[in-house]
Write a protein that binds this ligand. Structure first.
Ligand code: ATP
Length: 216
């Protein structure tokens, strides 16, 4: 098994890259060799469900931390309210992260263990947008960074989300510096070109990962 943590700043193209990995793997001789784990999906799942119906540990912890006003009458978390709460308060953001991130890594770990039992030649890409913003002892075999100059990050993100460039700049400033990601990368995908160029870069990297996983 080869575990690859995939990261990058907002709008850098992480989703585009994982989608391409999936498409390229599905057309390869070993379509089952690639698995994707997504940290954002895990975080969403951890906070889904209702306080009234066997709630997850994460949901109970958010309730204990921030109280009932973040929940609707069905006991479900109002995500938009949570987002604005942590956007307005750095300390609340840190409290939420301290609660949620260890649970997300625990879930990533258990998913990797399940996959390891199923097959040996598996390439597992774990998309973790905030890999360097979160503290973890977790060791991945490789770190893949999707890289983009800040100006293009702003242009693509504002176009995708139909929002102001000042909001995107604020988010970029809350994330680690581009250079820090690059310093820690084993592999870098420069996504400043076209989607067609991105596809050939991902295809080449997929071949590289296939050769690595067969050597293990
Ligand atoms: P986030 O961190 O916000 O989740 P992301 O890193 O997953 O973002 P994407 O959503 O994959 O980024 O890409 C951001 C936007 O840029 C999307 O609208 C996507 O279609 C577009 N995009 C990605 N790569 C390219 C490219 N090479 N050329 C043009 N547009 C691109």
């Amino acid at each position: 098994m080869l575990t690859i943590a995939l990261t990058g700043g907002i709008g850098s193209g992480k989703t585009a890259v994982t989608d391409l990995f999936q498409k390229i793997a599905s057309q390869s001789e070993e379509p089952e060799c690639l698995k994707i784990i997504d940290a954002d999906t895990i975080a969403r799942e951890l906070l889904s469900g209702s306080l009234n119906d066997s709630p997850s540990d994460a949901l109970e912890a958010v309730y204990a931390l921030f109280g009932a006003e973040l929940f609707n009458s069905d006991g479900q978390l109002e995500r938009a309210q949570l987002r604005s709460l942590i956007f307005s308060s750095k300390s609340k953001k840190h409290q939420l992260e301290a609660l949620l991130h260890p649970l997300v890594y625990k879930e990533i770990d258990s998913k990797i263990k399940v996959l390891a039992q199923q097959a040996t030649n598996t390439i597992v890409i774990i998309a973790i947008p905030l890999l360097f913003e979160t503290k973890t002892e977790y060791k991945f075999d490789r770190i893949l960074v999707v890289d983009l100059p800040v100006e293009l990050q702003i242009a693509r993100s504002t176009q995708r989300d139909n929002c102001s460039s000042s909001l995107i700049k604020q988010i970029i400033n809350s994330q680690v510096d581009r250079q820090i990601r690059l310093n820690h990368a084993d592999d870098i995908i420069d996504n400043s070109g076209t989607l067609r160029e991105l596809q050939s870069k991902v295809a080449a990297l997929f071949q590289h990962y296939c050769s690595l996983v067969h050597k293990i």
